[in-house]
Design a binder for this molecule. Structure first.
Ligand SMILES: Cc1ncc(C[n+]2csc(CCOP(=O)(O)OP(=O)(O)O)c2C)c(N)n1
Length: 343
């Protein structure tokens, strides 16, 4: 699925592959590149999901169904395009096709997936480090996927998309193609108004949070129990990652001076805490869940080094299956493998 498609197909289904694209799951990207048929439902083949369009899914015949006729044959030439709302189109197609099994193909996908660590449960982590994916995993484990998850834009967004396995009836709200930093907190406020009884988490970075943090006042004024998970890497992490990986480490205008977020939240009358270790994060998340008003938890994560990057990554302009994976130096892996490497 695409970033905005999260929540439309259950992650517990055996054919669920996760997210595709630049920071997608390796199995999804490999499957797309090697498929002989792609049925694209309501997606628009943005470069963030295709990688280099010239070498995108070359073996696949492509069927594209979209409600917006302008999207058909815009970026990727298709064999069949259907201008329709998905619901009637899928209902009609389902009537006409017979179900088939493709054991070999599913087996290959299983192999790619078994080599991937994204979505693995976390065990035996050293307590002194706090890789950002673990924060999302802890929120996922605590909420069992039953929360409204809202992200900001940047690394926080990609980690959340990768590690929070959104169940169908639970929305995943994220700013897609517009990529609007500052989206997270106001969108979470809207979500909490819409679902007053739901547990709403805003997972944000320190840069984007500062673009709309004045809305903390709205949280208090309206007594909205939004939980804010602030992943503080003291920089504009996503842009800095590109500077590190593709611009010779020249970090220009991406390091941030930040206020003391805990004291800032407290100044608004919002309960706040800080965590810099896995154990601390787990405790802080558990406490945040029991609090009945708005709450902010600041998670201190690395600004530099391999743990500060989102992996896997398809470099801009590369083929979708030319993913860069974390070099095998990092922390003990979640499931006892020797590294965080995803193949
Ligand atoms: C309003 C706006 N300005 C700039 C960008 C470009 N941009 C995308 S991600 C990013 C960095 C985000 O940093 P932060 O909010 O700290 O999140 P992190 O990537 O560190 O998780 C920037 C500057 C954007 N998407 N929106």
């Amino acid at each position: 699925m695409t970033l905005l498609g999260k929540g439309s197909f259950s992650p517990s289904h055996p054919l669920y592959l996760g997210m595709m694209g630049m920071h997608g799951h390796a199995a999804a990207n490999h499957a797309i590149q090697e498929a002989d048929l792609l049925i694209a439902l309501g997606m628009r083949f943005d470069d963030r999901v295709t990688g280099n369009p010239a070498v995108y899914a070359l073996q696949a015949r492509k069927i594209h169904i979209d409600i917006d006729a302008a999207e058909l044959n815009k970026l990727i030439p298709t064999d069949v395009d259907v201008h329709s709302d998905l619901l009637p189109a899928l209902a009609e197609i389902t009537e006409r096709v017979r179900s088939k099994r493709h054991e070999d193909w599913v087996g290959r996908i299983e192999e790619w997936r078994s080599q991937s660590k994204v979505h693995d449960t976390l065990h035996n982590q050293p307590n002194e480090v706090l890789p950002a994916p673990h924060i999302v995993n802890e929120i996922y484990a605590a909420t069992r996927g039953e929360a409204v998850i809202v992200t900001d834009v940047g690394q926080n967004q990609m980690w959340t998309a990768q590690y929070y396995a959104t169940e169908c009836s639970w929305p995943f709200l994220s700013s897609g193609g517009l990529g609007t930093m500052g989206f997270g907190l106001p969108a979470a406020i809207g979500a909490q108004f819409a679902r007053p009884d739901a547990e709403v988490w805003a997972i944000v970075g320190d840069g984007g949070f500062q673009m709309s943090l004045h809305e903390l006042a709205t949280l208090v004024q309206e007594d909205l129990p939004v939980r804010i998970a602030l992943i503080n890497n003291r920089c504009l992490g996503m842009v800095r990652q590109w500077q590190t990986m593709f611009y010779g480490g020249r970090h220009e205008a991406t390091d941030l001076w930040n206020p003391d977020f805990v004291r800032l939240a407290e100044a608004y009358g919002i309960e706040a805490s800080r965590a810099g270790s896995l154990g601390g994060a787990r405790t802080a998340i558990a406490e945040a869940r029991t609090h009945r008003g708005p709450v902010l938890v600041e998670f201190e994560v690395a600004r530099d080094g391999e743990l500060s990057h989102v992996y896997p990554m398809v470099p801009a302009g590369a083929a979708l299956d030319a993913m860069i994976h974390q070099s095998p130096i990092a922390v003990q892996s979640p499931v006892g493998r020797s590294s965080w490497t995803e193949r």
